[in-house]
Design a protein around this ligand. Structure first.
Ligand code: FE2
Length: 317
């Protein structure tokens, strides 16, 4: 298992002239091994070899994470505009930058107050989604077990943005608020003790109830910080409410649940089902949708689920 103190870096963003001089690690089986020390520059020939060996990710250690993430975030606009980089790789890099943002926020919640940073990322996501034929596949391709929570947040934001952009007539600002809500929907998890989140045994009722508090705690945290819109706050607070009234925290039903939260809920479950986890393989999109339609008792609004399906399935054919 990859230690959480390392973060993945896509090889495509390593430009020998600009990339920070840091030690890079490589996955070997379940371990990370030193690929190059900080004082040895990476060359074009190294990159060519990595390419030939189909190595897409290297890792950076905790001491250089900040430097590398800042480099990536600063260069993401150039990367997205670079015609030498393919659309899917751009998607992976963008997803990585967004994922780094979520990791920062989970590790250092004071970063939440920098709302502009999140808004900029959502703008880039929106642009990418609008300009690429299969945006979701690329944005969701770097999920590894160890970074699931962070990659899941970006996936939910991408799905929710795509659905809202294609189905509902929202303004650009509203769409950004939807994306911010998607990225931060589980931010309340920072208040759940890590021992519970990492527990692999069955949770006790007490522990499960603590986890269930993440929706309201996330909402309270963002509300108290200020600057987050009603759309964003609703996505965070109500994404575990269910159409049939059997969700939490308030057991709202049907139209009592704000639409953004209903869509976020669908994206949340769909993302979880279609992602690889340590304990289960990912379902296909069709399998996930079939399951979501068959769970009965209208857990999700059938109307919204239908619209969701129309947006995520055509890419397959
Ligand atoms: Fe959640």
């Amino acid at each position: 298992m990859v230690d959480q103190k390392y973060r993945p870096v896509h090889v495509a963003c390593i430009n020998p002239d600009k990339f920070p001089q840091v030690a890079l690690y490589m996955q070997s089986g379940t371990n990370l091994v030193l690929y190059k020390p900080a004082d040895r520059p990476i060359s074009k020939a190294d990159l060519q070899r990595l390419n030939n060996n189909q190595v897409e990710q290297l890792y950076v250690g905790s001491g250089s994470i900040r430097e590398v993430c800042d480099f990536l975030e600063d260069s993401i606009s150039d990367i997205l505009a670079d015609s030498d980089i393919s659309g899917p790789v751009k998607g992976q890099l963008l997803s990585q930058v967004a994922m780094n943002y979520v990791m920062d926020v989970f590790e250092m919640p004071d970063k939440l107050s920098n709302l502009d940073r999140c808004r900029n990322l959502v703008r880039q996501l929106l642009q990418y989604i609008a300009g690429n034929p299969n945006p979701l596949d690329a944005l969701h391709s770097i999920v590894s077990h160890d970074f699931y929570t962070f990659a899941h947040s970006v996936h939910v934001a991408s799905l929710s943005l795509l659905v809202h952009a294609e189905v509902f007539g929202l303004t650009a600002d509203e769409l950004e608020d939807v994306g911010i809500g998607g990225i931060l929907h589980d931010v309340g998890m920072i208040f759940v003790p890590s021992g519970i989140l990492e527990k692999t045994d069955i949770l006790t009722n007490f522990e499960y109830n603590l986890i269930k508090k993440h929706a309201e705690r996330g909402y309270e945290c963002l509300r108290d910080l200020g600057g987050f819109s009603e759309i964003t706050l609703a996505a965070v607070r109500y994404h575990h409410e269910r159409n049939n009234g059997e969700g939490y925290p308030f057991q709202l039903a049907g139209d009592e649940i704000p639409r953004t939260a209903q869509v976020t809920a669908i994206c949340d479950v769909f993302s979880a089902l279609t992602s690889n986890r340590a304990y289960k393989k990912a379902m296909t999109k069709d399998e996930a949708l079939a399951l979501m339609e068959s769970v009965g008792k209208d857990v999700f609004s059938p109307r919204l689920l239908e619209k969701f399906k129309a947006v995520v399935l055509p890419e397959e054919s």
